[in-house]
Design a protein around this ligand. Sequence first.
Ligand SMILES: Cc1ncc(COP(=O)(O)O)c(C=O)c1O
Length: 371
Amino acid sequence: MSDAPIPLVDLSIQFHEIWGDFQSDFAKLCESGGFIGGSTVSEFESQFAQFMQVKHCVGVGNGGDAIELALRAINVSHGDEVLIPANTFIATATAVSRVGAIPIPIDVSETDFLIDVSKIEEQISTRTKAIIPVHLFGQMANMEAITEIAHRHGLSVIEDAAQSHGATRNGLSCGSLGIAAATSFYPGKNLGAFGDGGAVITNDSKLQNQIRKLRNYGGINKYEHDVVGFNSRLDSIQALVLSHKLKHLEHWNKQRSTAAETYRRYLEDTPGVILPEINDGNTHVWHLYVIRIQNRDGILNTLTEQGIGVGIHYPKPFSELPAYSHILKSKNNCQVASQLSKEILSLPIYPGIADQQIRRVCSALKQSLTS
Ligand SMILES: Cc1ncc(COP(=O)(O)O)c(C=O)c1O
């Protein structure tokens, strides 16, 4: 078996798949000089809206801005509270902070790492305005329960769909169930750009109009500024990359599923390893393949020494990070997230990972468990 390094994510495979078709369109775009806005961006926006089963998509600068813009558009502001899962990338929390609101951590469920719906209501206060479920690692949170709670308490739901392009629940696409959804096209995402990128998607025409203004200094037409906005545009080179990659996304997501199935075959019944599960009704797009083990740090070091790219998503609940630990009142209500953060390990997964590479990761893992 080859002992070449196995990265956590290998983007070069995707690059080679699109490069042939992409390069002539790229040359045309460069010749046209249309680097900001224009048809390349609007074409991608409609393709992505269609893929996500929604009416509107507004391309923006990155996923964090997408969440912030969605919150601004529904008027979440200073002093409001927004409920978010404790285990997420910090961008979900910082977007809330940037509009002046407070992100309130909700503990996650031990089986799927997603927001624990049974713990949402106890954190709702008179200041709560919204819930942001995060469809973490590639599968959707329990949107039926979340929308029911939100409806009963008059809260808005904004989905964080950064890690779930293509994921569905009972046949419905992620990002199509809240008032709006935010997503990221960070290069390593299932649909990733050649740099930063993001989008807000929604079925609400007024909201999309407001977001279009906010992302472009407060106006849609040049020099007409209705509101105070800022620059968070998706540039046309990134939109072109994303249009080309979108054509491959379903097939790449299938390859991720096959890789996840291969991990299951090699690792099931391995004592001490808890494998990720797919919840009923969900299709999983395996943005990350996250297992649970004891002695996680020791195993992580051993695998790293052997050239195997592993990761931790995430090393601490956001509420325990220095950026937030002094702000939040209830530090101890996320015990599951805290415990999981010590046990989780992300194994290499990406479209094009070979069966033989997965076999090597699994045998190195098994060996390190017994040594
Ligand atoms: C769950 C989640 N939310 C938000 C973001 C922020 O996206 P970006 O890095 O594009 O700002 C990311 C990714 O990086 C993410 O994984």
